[in-house]
Design a protein around this ligand. Structure first.
Ligand SMILES: Nc1ncnc2c1ncn2[C@@H]1O[C@H](COP(=O)(O)OP(=O)(O)OP(=O)(O)O)[C@@H](O)[C@H]1O
Ligand SMILES: [Mg+2]
Length: 244
C-alpha cells in the first residue's frame, strides 16, 4: 500500500501551550481515518499544520512520500491535499458558483483565462454536495449552516484533492443533511479518495471511517478500530473531563 499522508513526531507550541505533542500517524492511500478528541484536543491544529497555515515547531509531514512542511499552502493544495474549515469561510461577496470557482482556479488558472470559468464543473460540484442549480447565484449571507458546510465541501473538492481533511463537516446540520454529506463521502471513498475526518458527531463518523485515532492535549491516546477507540478508557475519560 502507498502511504498518502504521514506526520512524524509533530510538535506545535503556541507560547507555553503545547497544541500538538509529539504526534505521529500515517494514513494509507484510499483509507478513511477519524480523528477524535475533546474540545481543545488539538485536532484543528493538526489540519492547519498539514496545510501549512501554521508552521510546526518540529516534526515532519509527508504527502505521498514527499516532505511538504516547507511548501506554501497553495503548493500543498497542488500536490493533492485540501481541507474544510470548522467555521465555514466563504468569500462573502461572491456567489456559491464563484466560491466554487476559487477552488477550481489553482490548477486551471491558464485555462480559465483562455476559456473562461468552467461553469459546468461548478454546477457539477454544487449538485454533488446537494445544492440545486438555482442556488448557484445565492450569496453566503443567504445560506443556512447546512448550505455553508456543503459549500465548504464543494470548494475543497474543487481543488482536485487526493487527500481530504474534513473538520466538523456535520456540525449544525439537519439529520437529512448529515445523511447527504455522509453519502457523498461514501461515494468518494468508493472512488478512492483518502480522508482524515474530525467530528464530534461520532454516530455520523463511525460508518465513514476504516479506523480512528484519538488525541488529547495534542498527544495520541488511542488508535485502532472505531469501536476500540471509543471504548478506550483514556478516551472516555478525556471526553468526560474535557478541557472546554
Ligand atoms: N492560533 C492559536 N494561538 C494560540 N493557541 C491556539 C491557536 N490555535 C489553537 N490554539 C490552542 O491550541 C489548542 C488546540 O486547539 P484546536 O483548535 O486545535 O483544538 P480542537 O481539537 O480542534 O478543538 P475543537 O474540538 O473545540 O474544535 C487549544 O488549547 C487552543 O486554544
Ligand atoms: Mg477544532
Amino acid at each position: 500500500m502507498t502511504q498518502a499522508l504521514s506526520i512524524t513526531n509533530l510538535v506545535k507550541r503556541f507560547g507555553g501551550l503545547t497544541a500538538t505533542d509529539d504526534l505521529s500517524f500515517a494514513i494509507e492511500d484510499g483509507e478513511s481515518v477519524g480523528l477524535i478528541g475533546p474540545n481543545g484536543a488539538g485536532k484543528t491544529t493538526v489540519f492547519s499544520q498539514i496545510m501549512g497555515e501554521h508552521r510546526q515547531t518540529s516534526g515532519n509531514i509527508h504527502l505521498y512520500g514527499e516532505e511538504i512542511s516547507s511548501l506554501t499552502t497553495a503548493a500543498r493544495i497542488r500536490r493533492g491535499v485540501s481541507r474544510t474549515y470548522q467555521v465555514p469561510r466563504p468569500f462573502s461577496e461572491m456567489s456559491v458558483a464563484e466560491n466554487i470557482r476559487v477552488g477550481l482556479m489553482p490548477d486551471n488558472i491558464w485555462r480559465m483565462i483562455v476559456e473562461g470559468p468552467n461553469t459546468e464543473r461548478e454546477l457539477e460540484l454544487a449538485l454533488s454536495v446537494g445544492f440545486a442549480e438555482s442556488d448557484l447565484q445565492r450569496t453566503p449571507a443567504e445560506l443556512s449552516m447546512g448550505d455553508l458546510r456543503k459549500l465548504e465541501m464543494a470548494r475543497t473538492m474543487a481543488t482536485g484533492p487526493k487527500v481530504m481533511l474534513l473538520d466538523e463537516v456535520f456540525a449544525g446540520l439537519t439529520v437529512g443533511e448529515i445523511a447527504q454529506i455522509g453519502d457523498l463521502i461514501q461515494q468518494m471513498r468508493g472512488d478512492g479518495m483518502t480522508f482524515l475526518i474530525v467530528s464530534h458527531d461520532l454516530k455520523a463518523l463511525e460508518p465513514l471511517v476504516d479506523r480512528a485515532i484519538a488525541i488529547n492535549y495534542g498527544a495520541m491516546i488511542a488508535e485502532g478500530t472505531f469501536t476500540e477507540v471509543i471504548d478506550n478508557e483514556a478516551v472516555r475519560a478525556s471526553y468526560l473531563g474535557g478541557v472546554a
